[in-house]
Write a protein that binds this ligand. Structure first.
Ligand code: CUA
Length: 310
């Protein structure tokens, strides 16, 4: 999973920052080239030669040149200031309403809540295209940093001190994000995906997430459901319809609707899930889910159950 390129913004917020960066780079490049050129010319043209005048005999002081080389940098800095202030205003407008999405950083995954609808997701965030969304950023443990480079600015998630950013997607697509602040040994596997959906697709997704999971009739899935509710799973995970409501680990209600698990560490397939349940520490060493020493049939039943959670 590759982090989305920062120089290919797909939101007005990210575009504003990209502009500041490009303008700053171009202006600096011209200044660098100009200064280098002048130094090179001066070194060649005015180098000491036999018979050249002594230093103290050279005339000093030229009001016109001095005014020019004071005024020009002042104008350049003023221009950069204006571009920066505009970028800041566009990428980080003042907050005027309740958050659309609340993202909470955990070691090492993302909890994504939609307060208006009540949907709770993990690691995969769906947003409607063309809507400016106010995202509130929180942390459950240490300092994390929410960063979806193509969609908006980077922002720390500080325990006990909610931060906020605006993001908006100009076009539908899938955009990668990651934690941008070292937060422990699985910091590198604290990825997330933003799915920018058309408003219809987003509404459909939200409705699907709100629907209770289908009842498990019989077979391995039913056995898996029993294991889920009787083993220690419920101490950390929430799963609507089973009574499990803990928030220490990802909400599993619509687990099978996600394309990855473990904050991007693995594709969400039966094989990968089997390996994960055998020993999560094999796949994501240091993660807070311990090896429960499950028997092969227990793993198979749990996988069968999780696969039904569409
Ligand atoms: Cu969370 Cu790095």
């Amino acid at each position: 999973m590759r982090l989305s390129p920062i120089f290919d913004p797909v939101s007005p917020q990210a575009a504003a920052m990209e502009r500041v960066s490009t303008v700053g780079f171009v202006v600096s490049a011209f200044i660098f080239a100009g200064v280098t050129l002048w130094i090179a010319l001066a070194l060649i043209r005015y180098r000491a030669r036999p018979g050249s005048p002594e230093l103290e005999k050279i005339a000093f002081g030229n009001h016109r040149i001095e005014i020019a080389w004071t005024l020009v940098p002042v104008l350049i800095v003023a221009y950069l200031f204006i571009v920066t202030a505009q970028g800041m205003r566009l990428s980080d407008p003042t907050v005027t309403r309740a958050p659309d999405v609340i993202v909470t950083g955990h070691q090492w995954w993302w909890e994504i809540q939609y307060p208006r609808s009540g949907v709770v997701a993990a690691n995969e965030m769906h947003i409607p295209v063309g809507q400016k969304l106010y995202i509130r950023l929180e942390s459950a443990d240490v300092i994390h940093d929410f960063w979806a480079p193509q969609l908006g600015r980077k922002m720390d998630m500080i325990p006990g001190h909610p931060n906020a950013i605006w993001i908006e997607a100009d076009r539908p697509g899938t955009f990668q994000g990651s934690c941008g602040e070292y937060c422990g040994n699985q910091h590198a596997w604290m990825r997330f995906t933003v799915y920018a959906d058309s408003p219809q697709d987003f509404a459909r997704w939200e409705q699907a997430q709100l629907r209770p999971v289908a009842a498990t009739a019989a077979g391995p899935a039913l056995a898996g459901r029993r294991l889920f509710t009787t083993l220690t799973c419920v101490n950390c995970h929430a799963l609507k319809g089973t009574g499990a409501s803990a928030r220490y680990a990802p909400d599993l209600t619509h687990f099978a609707s996600r394309s990855t698990f473990g904050a991007g560490v693995s594709p969400n397939t039966a094989d990968a899930l089997t390996r994960w349940l055998r020993n999560p520490q094999d796949i994501k060493p240091g993660c807070l889910m311990p090896n429960f020493q499950l028997q092969p049939d227990q793993v198979a039943n749990l996988v069968a159950y999780l696969e039904t959670l569409r």
